[in-house]
Write a protein that binds this ligand. Sequence first.
Ligand code: DP6
Length: 361
Amino acid sequence: MIEKNFIFHMPVSKKALSGSVAWRSPSNIALIKYWGKTDPQIPKNASISFTLSNCHSNTRLDFSPKATPSDQYDFQVFLDGKKAPDFEPKIAAFFKRVDTYLPFLKTYSFDIKTENSFPHSSGIASSASGMSALSLCLMSLQKLIDPSISEEDFFKKASFLARLGSGSAARSLTGPLVVWGEHPDIHGSSDLYGTAFTNLVHANFRDYQDTILLVDKGVKQVSSTIGHKLMLGHPFAKARFEQAQNNLSRMVEILKSGNLEDFIDVVEKEALSLHAMMMTSDPYFVLMKPNTLEIIEKIWAFRRSSGSHICFTLDAGANVHVLYPLKDKDLVEAFIASDLAPFCENNQFIQDQVGMGASQL
Ligand code: DP6
């Protein structure tokens, strides 16, 4: 599939519609990280993530034909029922980016009403789930205008659009494992959209658990967008992109064999490499907090003493994702409550697990 295949050709004599569509999209946690991209949102390496279940965005798109035609986008954004003008520039930039592929955007007035299952100020990025849900709503509108699209192409294009809103959003449509970025070991993988990972996956990775420890709920000092930019011209960029491609090759084998020790090794290496890139950018920055490191040390010590398969990963922030197989759930949950929760803001953490992707509401 190439970019021009995603252009929607409007049926000539179709009257504009009024109505409403809604989707729930999950968040995701990358095992192999996307960090570094070129225009337009093309990743420098392939990534793979677990789709989450409890952390999600619900987005409703109300649409009606514009009263008077204009060359502007006409939309309002509501977060948790309140008008959210802060989100408008991001949505306007997104509309501009996807305009070629959805040529009806300027003929409609939109109300975009979104809410997240996780607290707004939890430090958990809502861009992946939010952009995925909005893209699915826009695809539902395209489908109302012209129902001929197949289910497979519907999701492919929704992921393609989501990617143009936020790279990691391309991985937030299906589950339980999604790949984004071309990789020689993964048939059908693409830089343009995410695809469900269809290679063999061992039962050890079924219902994998993710407890998100809310170490720092504040706004990050450096956004992902800036962080990605700093990878261009980064002294270690080439080695990092190669490392990620190799780690993904290893991960494909691990997912097949079910080797949890190797899984832990790759996942933690990826998390620390991501943060090492931040610390060696110019200008450098650190998103981990002292409590992030306290938690990592405690996870390592507990793994040694308990023999459980607990490990951690990080996204672009101080929060820690604690990953573990279902068989270790009782043991690890007790440990988190007693030993890790005290390092979280207000002892807060979110219990999540691998999920199957978005659903229409
Ligand atoms: C560290 O997808 O948030 O979470 O494409 O600029 O919106 P933009 O960036 P974003 O970057 C996510 C980076 C990451 C790793 C990952 O999810 O793969």
